[in-house]
Design a protein around this ligand. Structure first.
Ligand SMILES: [Ca+2]
Length: 377
C-alpha cells in the first residue's frame, strides 16, 4: 500500500478468524515485511476466551467457532503463547498490540458464553484475569511468578493430556496429591507435563512449585476431579494433499489444490474463474477406497456469505455419485461446516459441488475440505 505514513500496522487474527496452524502468522508477517517499504507492526491480534469453557486437545478447525459459542479459555491462552513465540522471533516488528485487555460490550455478537460481548479480553468484563493474562505476566513482568493454568477446568478427564504452568522461574515441579510428577518441560515461560493421571470420581490436589534463582520457591494450586473418558478413536484427514482429478474452473492464484492443502484461509482457497457460475465443482481422488465418517468444510468469507453446496462420493471417477453431505438449502453465514455422517460413506472419488451463494456476484470459493476416516486400531 502507498498510503502516507512512516510506519504501518496490520490487524490480523491468525488462529481465530482464520487458521493459524504451522506458524501461519509468522510466515504472513515475513511476506509483508518484504513487501512493505516501511516498518511493520501488529496493531490488533488475539482471540476470544470464555472462562466457563474448557476442552482438552483443541483443534481450531474442529473445536472453535470464532463467530459462535465455542470460545474455550484454554484455547485463547494457547493461541497467545503460539502467536507470541512467532512475534518474539521477528525483531523487525515495531509493535505488537493485544486486542484486548478487558471483555467489553459489543451489541450483535452472540459468542462465547455471553450475548453482546466481545470476549477477546485477557480479563473478563468483571476484571477476572484469564489464563492468557498470566501468560503475558510471565513474559513481560520481572516479578517472579508461577501460575497453574486451567484452574477452572475443575471436572475433567482423569488422564489430563497436558498440565501447564506459566512461570518466570528456571524450573517448575508438579505434584498430584503430594506425589511428584517431575519437572515440567520448559519452553520459554511455559512448563508442561503430558498425560497426568488424577483420581477418578474424587478430588485431586494439583500443585506446582517454582524454584527461583535464589532457591526460594513459589507455589500455585488447583483442585480437579477426574472422570473416566472413553479414549477417542483418532481421526485422519484422508483428503489432505490428495490429487484433484476434476475442477470446473479456477481463478488465477487460487487453484484447486488449495482446497485440500491443510490450510483454511483467504490465501489458501480454491476459487472459480468467474462470479455467479454455478454449479462449480471439484473432484478429489482419495487414491483408494475409504470409509468416511466426517466431512469438514470451510467456505469463503466466513461470517459474510452463505454458500450452498453438496459433497458426494463414488467408486469410479465417472460413476454415480451419492450425496453424503447436503447443504443445498443453507442460509447460515458462519462458513464452517462439520458433518458427522449418519452412516459411514464408502468410495474413492470425493466431489464437492457449490450450487449457489446467497450473496450476489460471488465466486464459488472454498477454503478447505477435510474428509475423515477413523484410524485403524
Ligand atoms: Ca486451503
Amino acid at each position: 500500500m502507498d498510503l502516507p505514513g512512516d510506519v504501518v500496522g496490520y490487524n490480523r487474527y491468525f488462529g481465530w478468524y482464520i487458521d493459524g496452524a504451522d506458524n501461519a502468522f509468522g510466515k504472513w508477517l515475513d511476506e509483508y515485511h518484504k513487501k512493505e517499504k516501511r516498518p511493520i507492526g501488529v496493531t490488533e491480534y488475539g482471540g476470544g476466551g470464555a472462562i466457563s469453557q474448557h476442552k482438552d486437545s483443541i483443534v481450531w478447525a474442529e473445536d472453535i467457532d470464532s463467530w459462535g459459542p465455542r470460545h474455550p479459555e484454554n484455547y485463547q491462552s494457547a493461541l497467545h503463547e503460539d502467536i507470541w513465540r512467532q512475534f518474539a522471533q521477528r525483531p523487525y516488528l515495531w509493535g505488537k498490540f493485544v486486542w484486548c485487555m478487558f471483555d467489553f460490550a459489543s451489541d450483535g455478537r452472540e459468542e462465547g458464553d455471553t450475548k453482546g460481548l466481545n470476549d477477546k479480553g485477557l480479563c473478563t468484563r468483571e476484571r477476572v484475569p484469564k489464563d492468557a493474562y498470566y501468560f503475558y505476566k510471565s513474559v513481560w513482568n520481572d516479578e517472579p511468578m508461577v501460575w497453574l493454568t486451567e484452574k477452572r477446568f475443575a471436572e475433567r478427564s482423569s488422564v489430563v493430556p497436558q498440565v501447564k504452568a506459566y512461570s518466570s522461574a528456571e524450573s517448575v515441579e508438579l505434584f498430584v496429591n503430594g506425589v511428584s510428577q517431575g519437572l515440567g518441560a520448559k519452553n520459554g515461560t511455559v512448563f508442561t507435563w503430558e498425560n497426568i493421571q488424577i483420581k477418578e470420581d474424587s478430588a485431586s490436589e494439583i500443585k506446582v512449585v517454582a524454584t527461583l534463582a535464589d532457591s526460594s520457591t513459589l507455589e500455585d494450586e488447583a483442585v480437579w476431579t477426574g472422570y473416566y473418558v472413553e479414549p477417542e478413536v483418532p481421526q485422519v484427514n484422508i483428503a489432505l494433499g490428495k490429487p484433484i482429478v476434476y475442477c470446473s474452473s479456477q481463478e488465477n492464484g487460487n487453484p484447486p489444490e488449495k482446497i485440500n492443502d491443510g490450510m483454511a484461509s483467504d490465501s489458501s482457497r480454491w476459487c472459480a474463474a468467474t462470479a455467479n457460475d454455478y454449479p462449480a465443482s471439484i473432484i478429489i481422488d482419495l487414491e483408494e477406497t475409504h470409509t468416511l465418517t466426517k466431512i469438514c468444510t470451510v467456505t469463503h468469507k466466513p461470517s459474510q456469505r452463505a454458500y450452498r453446496f453438496t459433497v458426494s462420493i463414488a467408486d469410479e471417477l465417472d460413476g454415480e455419485y451419492t450425496v453424503i453431505v447436503d447443504h443445498s438449502d443453507n442460509t447460515d453465514t458462519t462458513g464452517r461446516f462439520s458433518d458427522v455422517l449418519p452412516t459411514p460413506a464408502v468410495g474413492r472419488y470425493l466431489k464437492i459441488e457449490v450450487t449457489e451463494c446467497l450473496q450476489s456476484n460471488a465466486f464459488a470459493c472454498i477454503w478447505e475440505i477435510e474428509a475423515y476416516e477413523a484410524a485403524e486400531q
